[in-house]
Design a protein around this ligand. Structure first.
Ligand code: F3S
Length: 278
């Protein structure tokens, strides 16, 4: 079976960095936990658990030890709580996310109404909104942008993983909503590169296997993008591959979300390559 890997796939810089910070924090002499799963990948979360790194949902769940902030980041009150409880801190907030948070804060401090273009429920967007203050708004669609009222000063930032294309469309509507507009295009290029590589791949093959957590927004997005060009299956592990997917398929493409570990990608690649043997 011919199997082609996308030109760009798998762990991004921020995720690699977060996992390194987590692994470096492992210390069996004390409690070490990440605040929420370190990345959206259950297999990696389990692998960290095997090294003694647990997961807590709230800062209040820890009375001592070290807490790791994941790449999505958190709002200022979480840092305050960590300090108030005397916990050690390992901050794995991705520097690109940190930049979006600080940009939103600066705009709010300068009197701009802050608009975050992104998905409302995404943890990163929630964290940026916390830095931007009470009046900040999150918009995800052109329709939502059309519905906002005119404001004197408008400051715009983006979820780092938001589609550049959608961001541009929403911004073009917001241009009519104020006299004084500042646009900080806080989109991270890792996502764009991965998405462009996925489109190129999907055009070359009969089927794309997208590997990554089902709860990973960027992996799901890769699957949606590829589905516009060929058959797509989204899996988390090699065990999910099914015989009947391979009928009449000559060329398979493989891509993976920003939080998919290399070992899982390798397993899928190897199994697809030797598929005829099964
Ligand atoms: Fe950071 Fe971009 Fe990854 S924002 S976490 S490097 S997708």
């Amino acid at each position: 079976m011919e199997v082609i890997l996308a030109d760009d796939y798998g762990f991004c810089y921020g995720v690699k960095r977060a996992i390194k910070i987590a692994k470096d924090s492992a210390d069996l002499s004390k409690k070490v936990c990440s605040l929420g799963p370190i990345i959206h990948n259950p297999q990696m979360v389990k692998s960290l658990a095997d090294k003694g790194i647990g997961v807590v949902e709230e800062v209040e769940d820890m009375n001592c030890g070290k807490i790791i902030i994941r790449s999505h980041g958190v709002g200022p009150s979480v840092y305050e709580k960590i300090q108030a409880r005397g916990l050690e801190l390992a901050d794995a907030t991705c520097p690109h996310v940190k930049k979006a948070q600080m940009s939103a804060k600066k705009l709010a401090d300068e009197g701009y109404k802050v608009i975050i273009i992104g998905e409302k429920e995404h943890p990163e967007v929630i964290s940026i909104k916390k830095w931007a203050g009470e009046n900040a708004l999150v918009l995800c669609t052109e329709e939502e942008a059309s519905n906002i009222s005119f404001v004197p000063r408008l400051g715009i930032v983006a979820q780092t993983t938001f589609s550049a294309d959608k961001f541009n469309k929403i911004v073009s509507i917001l241009l009519n909503k104020s006299y004084d507009i500042r646009i900080l295009r806080t989109i991270c290029t890792a996502t764009n590169k991965r998405q462009s590589a996925a489109i190129k791949l999907a055009k070359e093959v009969d089927m794309v296997i997208v590997i990554g957590g089902r709860n990973s927004a960027n992996t799901t997005r890769l699957a949606q993008i590829c589905a516009e060009h060929c058959v797509v299956h989204h899996i988390e592990t090699v065990d999910e591959l099914q015989d009947d997917w391979f009928n009449n398929i000559k060329k398979i493409g493989i891509t993976a979300g920003a939080s998919t570990p290399d070992w899982i990608i390798k397993e899928v690649y190897e199994k697809c390559k030797t598929w005829q043997a099964y």
